[in-house]
Ligand binder design. Structure first.
Ligand SMILES: NC(=O)C1=CN([C@@H]2O[C@H](COP(=O)(O)OP(=O)(O)OC[C@H]3O[C@@H](n4cnc5c(N)ncnc54)[C@H](O)[C@@H]3O)[C@@H](O)[C@H]2O)C=CC1
Ligand SMILES: O=C(O)[C@@H]1CCC=N1
Length: 270
């Protein structure tokens, strides 16, 4: 990867995380480009990362790998802008929720390899999970390049493209569900009389510890939950309330809604 020039087109929240990961992984800043819509944003990217910030067409003409970090609704306009500048064999990597590799292929020169990646914001802490799917013209080598680009952000895995909308529902949007749950635990702690700082420390460390246990023990969540739940005890009382309020059904419906939204983004942007 280090001998290739990588451009992040639309370096917003996710694009900047990809850029930062690339540079953290030792990629020379001289071989990294970014594009931005606002001049202040361009200046910020230059100052923070020491990369060149250029126009979309110039980036597309120079780079060997293009990471597309714009919102799904902005992808069509961006692709129209760069189409005539993309060189044969340039690898295009989409970060966009919902949009298919076929959407990109239709708007790029014939045969352009496209790889679709769904990552998530814990990339900021090197703890993302990035799911990678090759499009029609992407080879194993292209997927390996995408893996190399996303590995500094955290874990990577390959998934068939037809699973990407479900992946988006689970892990792409997933951090928001976890933050909501932790936020609710903090508020509940405050309601029970704990100082806010104490409630925050207890809730955050409990989320971190529980996630660490899930990963390191390899146990099923049910087994870990049962180990916390004493007969007639406090946890059983709490879990009964969560079930009574339909937590499980709410999660099923929420992830279904996220998946459906990803699918409709694709339908609105064919
Ligand atoms: N935020 C998240 O947690 C995740 C987002 N994604 C996907 O990543 C993509 C980006 O999302 P965010 O980073 O959250 O959005 P964002 O709004 O922070 O970043 C998009 C950036 O693209 C820029 N942009 C738009 N059109 C442009 C153009 N023509 N030329 C240059 N720059 C342009 C915008 O100014 C903005 O800075 C989306 O497609 C989203 O579906 C995927 C996984 C997680
Ligand atoms: O909310 C969204 O549409 C993006 C995609 C996954 C996470 N954030």
């Amino acid at each position: 990867m280090s001998e290739r020039t990588v451009a992040v087109l639309g370096a917003g929240t996710m694009g900047e995380l990809v850029l930062a990961g690339l540079l953290r992984g030792g990629h020379p800043a001289g071989r990294a480009l970014a594009t931005a819509r606002r001049p202040e944003r361009a200046e910020q990217l230059r100052a923070t990362h020491g990369v060149r910030v250029v126009g979309n067409a110039a980036a597309a003409a120079e780079a060997d790998v293009l990471a597309i970090g714009v919102k799904p609704q902005d992808a069509d306009a961006l692709l129209t802008e760069i189409r005539d500048s993309v060189r044969p064999g340039t690898l295009v990597i989409s970060l966009c929720a919902g949009l298919t590799t076929a959407f990109f292929a239709r708007r790029l020169p014939e045969g352009t390899p496209v790889v679709r990646v769904m990552t998530n914001t814990p990339a900021l802490a090197g703890a993302a999970i990035s799911a990678i799917s090759p499009g029609a013209h992407a080879t194993d080598e292209h997927v390996a390049l995408a893996e190399e680009l996303f590995r500094p952000l955290g874990a990577v895995l390959r998934v068939p493209e037809k699973q990407q909308d479900a992946v988006t529902a689970v892990s792409g949007s997933g951090p928001a569900y976890v933050y909501l749950f932790v936020e609710a635990m903090i508020e509940a702690g405050v309601l029970l009389g704990l100082p806010r700082a104490t409630a925050r420390e207890l809730a955050v460390q409990t989320a971190l510890g529980s996630a660490t246990m899930l990963r390191e023990s390899g146990e099923h969540p049910v087994t870990l939950r049962e180990a916390v739940t004493s007969p007639g005890g406090t946890t059983a009382a709490a879990l009964a309330e969560l079930e009574r309020h339909g937590l499980r059904a709410a999660v099923l419906d929420a992830l279904g809604a996220a998946r459906d939204r990803a699918t409709s983004l694709a339908q609105q942007n064919t």
